[in-house]
Design a protein around this ligand. Structure first.
Ligand SMILES: Cc1cc2nc3c(=O)[nH]c(=O)nc-3n(C[C@H](O)[C@H](O)[C@H](O)COP(=O)(O)OP(=O)(O)OC[C@H]3O[C@@H](n4cnc5c(N)ncnc54)[C@H](O)[C@@H]3O)c2cc1C
Length: 586
């Protein structure tokens, strides 16, 4: 079984040193959230994740959810852990105090999301969609629905789902067939089938609140005719007590490669009573409130699982003896951590993970500003950065999660491939993250066509990086980093220009380059994060020499060994799409 120790020191380093956003500091309600409070929350979060949640990862993998006589049962121990989880208030961490929440900023809740992903993704998924449902209802439902449903969701007594996918429609939501017919009292009756619904049914909560995309007959075709509905598993009385069973039933649950402790359900809606959320035919944009925040959280899942993979690889490399390293003096067998290639693997993981954590922290600040800053202009400006970086965090972090969990298997050798050590489970559990919440390729297409081409958001982000570099041009130790960052920024700009040119006459060239572009922007963003970390580390090195020297060394690894990937992605993209589009695949 794997072990997990929450990286509280790393998180506090970010909170104490990289809260660099002036706008964030202007948010009145977050002014009292100081370092002591955050450390206290993270210590408590570490405790529950290490002691209660992490052991459930293996239990859920070996005892997957069961579907019996129309009922879905969670793995052993999940119910008790979930009860403690909600009693300790973890589902309410970032929610509005008006509905019983604790009002913590994203900067804090993102750390918690990471810990929970590291501890057990399957367990996390029971409450994760509830936060998505909470956000969607909060932003788009009327007061009556908010008051009726939100307090129970915040408390964790009811959970949420997100019902988009149908057998004929995954990426292309315009193909949705589920139908919603309006009733005289203003409610709707929904009929249709949804598949692959995470936490669609289970025994951890009293009620399940489904947010369902469906079409109202007579509406526009395609995505323009989609509306969003709230459909409870049990109908809810006006005083928020539970009433009769609604027409939603579980037909089956999936047998899967990973996250076996999380039920993935086929749901049948048979004249199920639902309530419109937002306007008719505008459901997709309401659902995007849920999906966009959820996409960032899925990125964090990749980061969290990668952290567990790294911690266990490091521990194993310190206890496994094989061969003799180049500097072996006593002719005894060495621990494998002495071998240069194992050290390279470990630094690969470490430099990517720490860079990602820092980037996620920066993005969390932007999310907080976009939702809470008193000035509209500043909120909108932060929102643009969030919109640019959402597909990057979702895809880049989860792809890196795949790379890192794969690399962890390699560090463990044969013991990584067999089940005892739990390493192969990390790979399997992570493997869904590049697929759900919009596949990574589709995220890359969204990034390039909607957010980069004909849009100025990227130049805004590049300006932030340039300002950061300019700020330190005179510091000699930083020069080696700023030079590499600048050179690669130049490649990013060239790549962007190439996309703009190709978009005028060869869209296949652009489409086949999207994944490469997303990776390039991902590596640059991590470079931006590492640059800020290096700057702080150089300033503070005397305070904690060992900690900051290690940071600077890891930054060197990132700039020397990871940044060259940018050039190869650019070269590959620039070769165009001729061979791709001419393949006959006979
Ligand atoms: C474990 C699990 C949990 C899930 N949880 C939920 C949930 O809670 N709620 C929910 O609604 N759904 C859920 N899903 C569904 C998930 O979101 C979809 O599987 C995903 O969006 C992809 O859809 P699809 O499987 O139909 O693949 P498809 O859309 O058929 O895609 C197949 C391939 O084609 C590519 N592709 C598709 N369109 C394009 C395009 N325009 N350009 C280029 N490439 C394209 C994709 O990238 C992919 O590689 C879950 C799925 C799983 C397996």
């Amino acid at each position: 079984m794997t072990t997990y120790n929450a990286p509280v020191e790393e998180m506090m380093f970010l909170f104490n040193n990289l809260k660099d956003n002036k706008n964030y500091n202007e948010i009145e309600k977050f002014k009292e959230i100081n370092s002591d409070l955050v450390k206290d929350i993270l210590d408590q979060a570490a405790k529950i994740n290490q002691e209660i949640v992490h052991p459930l990862a293996k239990i859920g993998d070996e005892n997957p959810c069961i579907y019996e006589n129309g009922i879905v049962r969670s793995p052993p121990g999940y119910k008790e852990a979930y009860t403690k989880f909600i009693n300790d208030g973890w589902t309410s961490l970032s929610c509005d105090p008006k509905y019983g929440g604790q009002g913590m900023p994203k900067t804090v809740s993102t750390f918690f999301e990471e810990m929970l992903s590291s501890a057990s993704l399957s367990f996390k998924l029971y409450s994760e969609l509830s936060i998505g449902a909470y956000n969607c209802i909060l932003h788009h439902a009327d007061e009556k629905i908010k008051n009726k449903f939100l307090p129970k969701i915040v408390e964790g007594k009811w959970s949420g789902t997100m019902c988009l996918t149908e057998s004929q429609c995954g990426t292309d939501l315009g193909l949705i067939k589920t139908k919603a017919t309006k009733q005289e009292d203003g409610s709707f009756l929904l009929t249709g089938q949804k598949i692959f619904i995470t936490s669609g049914d289970h025994d951890l909560t009293e009620n399940i609140i489904h947010l369902v995309l469906a079409k109202i007959p007579g509406g526009p075709s395609g995505t323009k005719g989609i509306s969003l509905f709230l459909v409870p598993k049990f109908n809810v009385n006006d005083d928020s007590t539970i009433g009769s069973r609604n027409g939603v039933n579980t037909l089956s649950i999936e047998s899967k490669m990973g996250i076996k402790g999380s039920p993935t359900c086929v749901l049948n809606f048979d004249n199920a009573k639902g309530f419109l959320i937002g306007e008719e035919n505008k459901g997709l944009s309401s659902m995007f409130t849920m999906m966009n925040l959820e996409r960032i959280i899925v990125g964090i899942q990749g980061l969290g699982i990668a952290e567990t993979a790294y911690q266990n690889s490091l521990a194993y490399a310190k206890e496994r003896k094989q061969g003799k390293s180049n500097n072996n003096k006593d002719n005894q067998t060495d621990f494998i951590i002495k071998h240069a290639d194992i050290r390279r693997s470990l630094l690969n993981m470490k430099s990517i993970i720490e860079g990602q954590r820092s980037l996620a922290f920066w993005l969390s600040q932007q999310v907080d500003v976009s939702l809470n800053h008193p000035e509209k202009k500043i909120r909108e400006s932060a929102d643009e950065l969030v919109s640019l970086m959402t597909p990057v965090i979702k895809s880049f972090f989860t792809d890196m999660g795949t790379e890192i969990t794969n690399e962890a298997i390699q560090v463990f050798g044969g013991y990584g491939y067999t089940k005892d050590q739990g390493i192969e489970q990390l790979y399997r559990d992570n493997r869904i993250t590049p697929i759900y919440e919009g596949t990574n390729s589709v995220q890359a297409i969204d990034l390039v066509f909607r957010k980069v081409l004909n849009n100025k958001i990227l130049s805004k982000f590049i300006k932030l990086i340039k300002d950061e570099i300019k700020d330190d041009n005179n510091k000699i130790e930083l020069k080696r980093f700023s030079k590499i960052l600048e050179q690669n920024l130049f490649l990013l700009l060239e790549f962007t220009k190439w996309l703009e040119d190709k978009n005028k006459n060869n869209k296949d060239d652009v489409s086949s380059a999207c994944n490469d572009f997303l990776k390039v922007l991902g590596y640059i963003s991590l470079g931006y994060s590492w640059f800020k970390t290096t700057k702080i580390s150089l300033e503070k090195i005397k305070e904690n020499k060992e900690f900051y020297e290690e940071k600077i060394n890891t930054a060197k690894y990132f700039f020397d060994k990871i940044f060259p990937r940018i050039e190869s992605h650019y070269q590959s993209a620039k070769s165009g799409s001729y061979s791709i589009m001419n393949a006959k695949f006979n």
